[in-house]
Design a protein around this ligand. Sequence first.
Ligand SMILES: NC(=O)c1ccc[n+]([C@@H]2O[C@H](COP(=O)([O-])OP(=O)(O)OC[C@H]3O[C@@H](n4cnc5c(N)ncnc54)[C@H](OP(=O)(O)O)[C@@H]3O)[C@@H](O)[C@H]2O)c1
Length: 477
Amino acid sequence: MVTPLNIILVGASGDLAQRKVLPALFSLFAQKLLPAEVRIFGFARTPLTDAEFRRRTAEHLMCRYTPEAHECATMTEQFLARCHYVTGEYGKAESFLDVAERIQQVTGRWDGDRLFYLATPPSVFLDVARAIGNSGLVTCDDTESWTRIVIEKPFGHDRASSDELVAEFGKVFTNEQTYRIDHYLGKEVIQNLLVLRFANRIFEPIWNRDFIRQVRIVWKETLDIGNRAGYFDGFGIIRDVMQNHLMQMLALTAMERPDSLAATPIRDEKVQVLHAVRPVELEDLVLGQYVAPVGDSAGRKSYRQETGVAPDSRTPTYASAVLRVNNSRWKGVPFIVECGKALDEQLAEICIQFHDVPHNIFGDALAANELVIRIQPDEAIFLRVVNKAPGLKMRLETTELNLRYRTAFTGVIPEAYESLLLDVVAGERSLFIRADELAASWDIFDRVLHEIDDRKIIPEPYLQGSRGPNQKTGTGK
Ligand SMILES: NC(=O)c1ccc[n+]([C@@H]2O[C@H](COP(=O)([O-])OP(=O)(O)OC[C@H]3O[C@@H](n4cnc5c(N)ncnc54)[C@H](OP(=O)(O)O)[C@@H]3O)[C@@H](O)[C@H]2O)c1
């Protein structure tokens, strides 16, 4: 008999659940990648009937894998029929027993695999975990049927709070049951990094300090903080983006070759390289906070004017830092990481810049070769090379050998959450953050974050829509 899968989506009324998780589940369902007996139980405080929950859910579903109208309608109807909703309190075991009772009513069974997905603000993570534990819904032995829990970053706000969260979660869920998501790891181009590095003979021999001058990892958004101010003001851009997304990108770029693609060797290598990163010091950092141009006709706001932000807030909305990876592969190569909101462009990429040719016979200054792995706005991998521009004279030009995903690959490119959710259901852990990996990436920033707070460092203002603060990070010490 097929084991039923019951997905309990906690915080189902919210943005993440509605915009990302439910559409991803729908995509997997439409491709028949979920078990036949799957049910989704939305759970939150907002009172909703099943019909209202389904109506809200339907607004965000897209038939990317079943575009034909008839097939799309059928799939949508079948999926929504498997969505249910329970109103409850996050910290109450009784509320989760209500969920269990609902599962029993709907499926006629009380057993089955249980996947809890925490799509709530981090302030209630522990309440939810403890309530689930107290309700007795967590299986002790996962051989017959399993329990898994998925949580999204932020995992704490510094090393100590992250350790505490890990320890407290550990009282309810085992390490094997806990899946910590950094959704960047589910992105196609990021998953391609290991393939690019280790399935192509040409890269590994030059992937080191002898050939590479610097690595830049950039994450820029044009959007300002919008309605996320309440959350963001307590965290800031280092905790929101740099400590997690950018450190994952750095780890995959800089790590050694794992022995295999199994979760343990991959995560061991990531931890090892994160341990080799020298903790950031204040002089390695540039911090910024966006301001609106005076009399801005577009009506844009300064960060301090956003609803929910204190008028004297010192929270950085931009940060750049020079990181050093102290091992024999990377000694002396700066890893420049930069992230910010309300900037001039929407961009996430890793740029590997190579050294100049040792002897230039062409006279003209030669641009350095660059390998760019672009995650946003459209996935691409390209190599900037110097060429002779066609013509009767010797004129050099830098051009791109270009792999744009949208044109190179014909199939639908999966969303990050599709890939990650499929792995959770399959029990495949390599794309999830292990506790020691989390600790290692906090260690890179922990001291400097406390110093920024203690010394009340004021970020440099930068104009909305600009490239960030004037003072840019150099290549550091
Ligand atoms: N949104 C994204 O794209 C995104 C991306 C990456 C990571 N995340 C992370 O995913 C989690 C959920 O994000 P989200 O954007 O979906 O959050 P959200 O919409 O603010 O919150 C989700 C739900 O939690 C409940 N809630 C809101 N504030 C609460 C509070 N102060 N106390 C108790 N319950 C509260 C609300 O449901 P009820 O009032 O109905 O209970 C809300 O619908 C967060 O940890 C976030 O950092 C989100």
